[in-house]
Design a protein around this ligand. Structure first.
Ligand SMILES: NC(=O)c1ccc[n+]([C@@H]2O[C@H](COP(=O)([O-])OP(=O)(O)OC[C@H]3O[C@@H](n4cnc5c(N)ncnc54)[C@H](OP(=O)(O)O)[C@@H]3O)[C@@H](O)[C@H]2O)c1
Length: 296
């Protein structure tokens, strides 16, 4: 398939480019300055010029804490910009896959969140991503699959795994929050899942394939568990390691409040699309290996 993707250097975009080569798909990544989601008028021309079979909306304003003081920009990019991309897909009559987030939920309870659960974002980022989902469904109701993912890491860009490896190289002990639970998700696995969903949407007009789906890595962890697994994988490969000092969210205040329970129930995606991402504990070591190779 020929797939146009918004963004050029994000974790998911870069993973789509890498995995697209293996899957035999042609990926056309389009980002700033040609396509700027903060300027909706810039969106249509480059996407149409790519003549895609499907569009993946992977670019977003992702700075969770900074969004608290840049609400207008986050809303423009994540809601208005996302809606503009969906409108182009609708005009072109091609399926749209739009990425969203676990941060649309308030983090209460202990059960994994399902797609029918009530949303209630705790910060501006989640609020603007939720507004983006609504804009996408309004602009391209019969042709969109919204994939909510979580805790994304990869060999590319800024992410938790890269940060932990850097900190372990600098100190013996790292303090990490232990009372937020979620599903670490490799962007490379997200890319594989996106391609599978794109093929299903292109081949089948069944409404059950459209709408909102949860798509995160199997298995759950606290950030502290995640850090310990990063250090174990690193130590096994002769890389840096550190002790994890488990702390609470209250010990580590941030501008944006994060959900305590971020687990996503991905059963709907498995049932409708036959897609289930691998366990994060299996996907993490190769990513650690690649990040270590970069600094070797
Ligand atoms: N990271 C996570 O933990 C996480 C968790 C849940 C859901 N998600 C969602 O997953 C998707 C992919 O996230 P990611 O981790 O790949 O993000 P990322 O690594 O932060 O990359 C964001 C991408 O968006 C682009 N972008 C930002 N503002 C833009 C604008 N105004 N116009 C055009 N492009 C713009 C960036 O372009 P530049 O290269 O030009 O900066 C970059 O390519 C997003 O929808 C995000 O909300 C992420």
């Amino acid at each position: 398939m020929r797939i146009a993707v918004t963004g050029t250097s994000g974790q998911v975009v870069t993973s789509l480019i890498e995995r697209g080569k293996l899957a035999g798909d042609e990926i056309v990544a389009i980002g700033r300055p040609q396509l700027d989601l903060a300027d909706p008028a810039s969106v249509a021309t480059p996407l149409a010029a790519a003549r895609p079979d499907a569009i993946v909306s992977a670019a977003a304003y992702t700075a969770v804490d900074k969004a608290e003081s840049e609400r207008d920009l986050a809303l423009a990019v994540n809601a208005v910009g996302a809606g503009a991309v969906a409108a182009v897909a609708a005009d072109m009559g091609v399926p749209l896959i739009h990425l969203s987030t676990d941060y649309v939920f308030d983090g209460s309870g202990v059960q994994p969140w399902t797609e029918s659960d009530l949303t209630g974002p705790t910060g501006v980022y989640g609020e603007t991503k939720l507004a983006g989902e609504q804009a996408v469904l309004a602009a391209h109701p019969g042709g969109s699959a919204i994939l909510r993912t979580a805790w994304v890491y990869s060999p590319f860009g800024a992410n938790f795994v890269r940060t932990m490896l850097r900190l372990a190289a600098e100190r013996d002990e790292v303090s990490v929050v232990a009372d937020q639970i979620g599903n670490p998700t490799s962007a490379l696995d997200i890319a594989d899942g996106v391609f599978a969903v794109a093929r299903n949407l292109a081949a089948d007009s069944d409404p059950a394939l459209r709408g909102v789906f949860h798509m995160s890595g199997a298995g759950e962890a606290s950030w502290a568990d995640f850090a310990r697994a990063v250090f174990a994988a690193s130590a096994e490969r002769g890389g840096p390691s550190a002790e994890v000092n488990a702390i609470t969210t209250a010990d580590y205040p941030t501008p944006a409040r994060r959900p305590a329970n971020s687990r996503l129930d991905c059963a709907r995606l498995a049932e409708a699309h036959g897609v289930a991402l691998p366990d994060w504990r299996d996907s993490l070591p190769p990513v650690v290996e690649r990040l270590l190779a970069e600094t070797a």
